[in-house]
Write a protein that binds this ligand. Structure first.
Ligand code: FES
Ligand SMILES: [Fe+2]
Length: 413
């Protein structure tokens, strides 16, 4: 294992070349991975589920990465709680099954039991001076916003409202509070979290790798992927014209339009935009026809696509009728879980109101393809012959993610 001083790391950060990928060490080193986890993943608000996953009192699931395990559970008061899955007696895991329903959380070691709200219900044979009220399970920061369950591991979490403010209208437009999970899937990917995210920050690879994605999205949009951001890719005059016209039509319908990106360096890395799908398409389906009933604050279908990145670890890609959400979970220096949820209106019935296969078609196929190219990328990056390579004009948002990462890392060490 590499031994680092913060001075070494500072030098390393400064030596990264503009317009090139990172040195190998950033994509494979366990020590940098640990620093990354604490600086980024454990220091951000990240949504890790939707309220519809735990509809009944006592329903819970575990969210786990590294040494951390969080019990996300619905309480008697219908509130959602997030507790560290660490017994306050001698530290055992309390919940062992990944999901289920529990009215009481009983530690398997010496049978201390906890109420759903984390308070102690009973602790056997403890001395008289033991004060149970001082030994509740530790809470993890939690915020439910528009049905999305956000957690933050930090002892000093960023203010949630400040964090969500710029992307709030884009998320609220789709009324995810009144949605349910139609399908959920995890794509375990052999790739460092940054390499995995790099792939999601550019569409240079879309033409060779994603025929399904390219059949739904405008070729000019693909060319100008990320064009709403400061780090705009290739400018497409044709797409800009189309976007302008579409914005005018959509405004008349009373629907939200626009774009958000961080104009200057910020501790957050957030973006949001609304763009039209390929001409004539109404949804991200094979034939471009709707897959499900309208969801959200739409008066009618506008053929729009809302892309939101509240943090590097989450994306929401939303049509008028369903939303696909992404959570990127670092699992190890060379492993990242990519978790997808497909959300539809809560009253929609599968087989009657929506066809699941049709709905998941695009992002399921695309994420399987992404997993493959990321894994092949990681294998090559591990070779002794890997060296940072030059980025194309279509990878400018990858460059901007890299710069944000390096700058924040430098601030933290
Ligand atoms: S470690 Fe949980 S009851 Fe002892
Ligand atoms: Fe991709």
């Amino acid at each position: 294992m590499t031994t680092f001083t913060s001075q070494n790391l500072k030098e390393l950060i400064k030596n990264q070349k503009t317009g090139y990928t990172l040195d190998q060490i950033f994509y494979n080193d366990p020590k940098i991975y640990e620093i990354d986890l604490n600086t980024f993943f454990f220091n951000h608000w990240i949504f890790i589920g939707h309220i519809s996953r735990i509809p009944n009192i006592g329903d819970y699931f575990l969210f786990e990465t590294g040494n951390e395990s969080i019990i996300v559970i619905r309480g008697k008061d219908d509130e959602i709680y997030a507790h560290h899955n660490v017994c306050r007696h001698r530290g055992s895991r309390v919940c062992l099954e990944k999901e289920g329903n529990k009215k009481l959380l009983v530690c398997p070691y010496h049978a201390w039991s906890y109420n759903i709200d984390g308070t102690i219900k009973s602790a056997r044979l403890m001395p008289d001076e033991f004060k149970p009220e001082e030994w509740s399970l530790n809470k993890c920061n939690l915020k439910v916003f528009e049905g999305l369950i956000f957690i933050n591991f930090s002892d000093q979490p960023d203010d949630f409202d400040e964090f969500i403010e710029p992307t709030r209208p884009f998320i609220e437009l789709h009324d995810l509070n009144n949605a349910k999970i139609a399908h959920r899937a995890i794509y375990p990917t052999f790739g460092n979290w940054k390499l995995t995210l790099d792939n999601f920050h550019e569409c240079y690879h879309c033409q060779p790798s994603h025929p399904e994605y390219c059949s739904v999205h405008d070729a000019q949009y693909i060319l100008s992927f990320g064009a709403g951001s400061q780090s705009s890719a290739v400018e497409s005059q044709e797409f800009n014209e189309r976007l302008k016209k579409w914005n005018e039509q959509v405004k008349k319908l009373g629907h939200l339009t626009g774009v958000y990106y961080e104009e200057k360096f910020s501790k957050f890395s957030r973006s949001a935009e609304r763009t039209p799908l390929s001409d004539g398409k109404l949804s991200e389906t094979k034939d471009g026809k709707p897959a499900a009933p309208i969801m959200g604050k739409f008066n009618e279908r506008d053929g729009g696509y809302t892309s939101v990145g509240p943090s590097p670890f989450n994306s929401l890609l939303m049509c008028n009728d369903f939303a696909t959400t992404f959570t990127f979970i670092p699992k190890g220096p060379l492993h990242t879980d990519v978790e997808l949820m497909w959300l539809v209106h809560k009253d929609a019935i599968e087989g009657k109101d929506y066809n699941l296969e049709n709905m998941i078609w695009m992002w399921d196929k695309t994420t399987i393809a992404d997993k493959k190219i990321i894994e092949d990328n990681q294998k090559g990056v591990l070779s002794k012959k890997y060296q940072p390579g030059p980025l194309s004009d279509m990878e400018k948002s990858l460059e901007s993610f890299k710069n944000w990462y390096l700058k924040r890392l430098l601030q933290e060490i």
